[in-house]
Design a protein around this ligand. Structure first.
Ligand code: HEM
Length: 395
């Protein structure tokens, strides 16, 4: 597909395998690309950085977009339009304050030994089996427990969380089938029914140092707002962080020199994780709605114009990143947009960084001979980039 005919609603298998040549062509030839449906697809770093920070001209409110996509009143519509991420102030500010306020450095510090124990437990199990799936048995098994711990979801209840999360976030793909929509609606119903019981329980038995106990006490959050923002929180931290760990390990295994360097210099883990976030951004696409006339590179956006912000392309923009296609675990500076920027910048970025900074060094140190054995299976999504399966062996 050429840059001029690019249509995010009709993407082929080669795009899912490797979208970067398409992104490079768009960035160079048509950085403010008008799609066949009248929306725009933006790929330059400077443009995304500006748009993410300019809340006077660009809105996160998706009601007008989600109404035709999900149907007003449907579970998916209610969920996504109540999540803080798809709202503007003052509602967004109110909800975000509670979440950011709960993820303090103290909470994160207390989380670290739990993440270490969790990762080591998974590695013990992998060692017994020798052959394993880097996604199923490792990358995906970490975030679900971390977020589950944050909201103190009882262990025996966690099994369905990942499936619900995949179905709800999957419905955010640029084009979805009727079947995907129905699965998303069903997942929202089941997830909120489950959380309603958990919230009732937490109201009568509050726990100490628990995010959910804290949120249920907030007088300015209605039950509907509480339920949907908890669903969002559980989802936001799942697939994205799974993909960070999975993409990161896949990048390292494909770049043996970088892997060797990281093993020899463990202090590079901070910049290595940032480079994984930049090179294979787990969340590749974001959106904003124009609410004030705005001109960018000679194109005038009228209010009501819908924009797709391509983080995956911006994070490889040569104007910001020298040699952008080179995976350099010591890259500095590295002001990538993997967590977006501005007022909606990821509220859980410290949690995600902590998980990756614990998981990646522990597995590469413990299994120095680890290698991939079979065909990698991609997630098949444009918005969330990652693998469904990465078969591996420890030696
Ligand atoms: C590598 C992992 C992650 C990535 C790449 C990621 C990416 C993002 C991005 C790009 C946004 C901004 C969306 C937008 O405004 O369009 C966002 C928002 C958000 N993320 Fe993350 N995220 C990750 C992990 C997490 C985790 C672990 C949590 C929770 C513990 C979390 C919670 C949130 C929340 C609450 C928001 C909404 C912030 C707001 O609207 O003010 N994320 N994330």
């Amino acid at each position: 597909m050429s840059a001029v005919s690019f249509d995010p609603n009709t993407l082929g298998p080669e795009f899912y395998e490797n979208p970067y040549p398409t992104y490079a062509a768009l960035r160079e030839l048509d950085p403010v690309h008008r799609c066949p449906d009248g929306t725009y697809f933006l790929t330059r770093y400077a443009d995304l950085d500006h748009i993410y920070r300019d809340r006077n001209s660009f809105s996160s409110d998706k009601k007008s977009v989600f109404a035709p996509k999900f149907g007003v009143g449907s579970p998916l519509y209610e969920h996504h339009t109540t999540s803080l991420v798809f709202n503007d102030p003052p509602y967004h500010t109110r909800v975000r304050r509670h979440i950011v306020g709960a993820l303090t450095p103290h909470v994160l510090q207390a989380m670290e030994p739990q993440v270490v124990a969790l990762v080591d437990g998974l590695l013990d199990r992998i060692e017994e089996r020798q052959r394993f799936d880097l996604i199923e048995d490792f990358a995906a098994a970490i975030p679900i427990e971390v977020i589950g711990n944050l909201l103190r979801v009882p262990h025996q209840d966690r099994e369905p969380l990942r499936g619900w999360s995949l179905a709800i976030l999957g419905a955010l793909e640029p084009a979805i089938s009727e079947q995907q929509r129905a699965a998303g609606d069903q997942a929202v119903r089941e997830f909120t029914d489950y959380l309603r019981i958990l919230v009732q329980d937490r109201r009568s038995h509050p726990l100490e140092n628990d995010l959910l106990s804290r949120l249920v006490e907030e007088p300015d959050l209605s039950l509907t707002e509480l339920l949907h923002n908890c669903v969002f929180l559980l989802n936001a931290g799942h697939e994205t962080t799974t993909n960070l760990i999975g993409n990161g390990l896949s990048l390292l295994l494909a770049h043996p020199q970088a892997l060797h360097r990281l093993r020899e210099t463990p202090g590079l883990i901070g910049s290595a994780v940032e480079e994984c976030l930049r090179c294979e951004s787990p969340n590749q696409l974001g959106n904003r709605l124009v609410i004030r006339p705005f001109e960018i590179r000679g194109v005038v956006f009228e209010p009501g114009t819908y924009l797709t912000l391509c983080i995956g392309a911006a994070n490889r923009d040569p104007e910001e990143f020298p040699r952008p296609d080179v995976f350099d675990i010591g890259r500095r500076p590295n002001r990538h947009l993997a967590f977006a920027a501005g007022g909606h910048a990821c509220a859980g970025m410290s949690v995600a960084r902590l998980e990756a900074q614990v998981a990646i060094p522990r597995i590469i140190r413990r299994f120095p001979g680890m290698r991939l054995t079979g065909a990698a299976v991609r997630g098949g999504r444009a918005r969330f980039r990652g693998y469904r399966s990465l078969p591996a062996v420890i030696a």
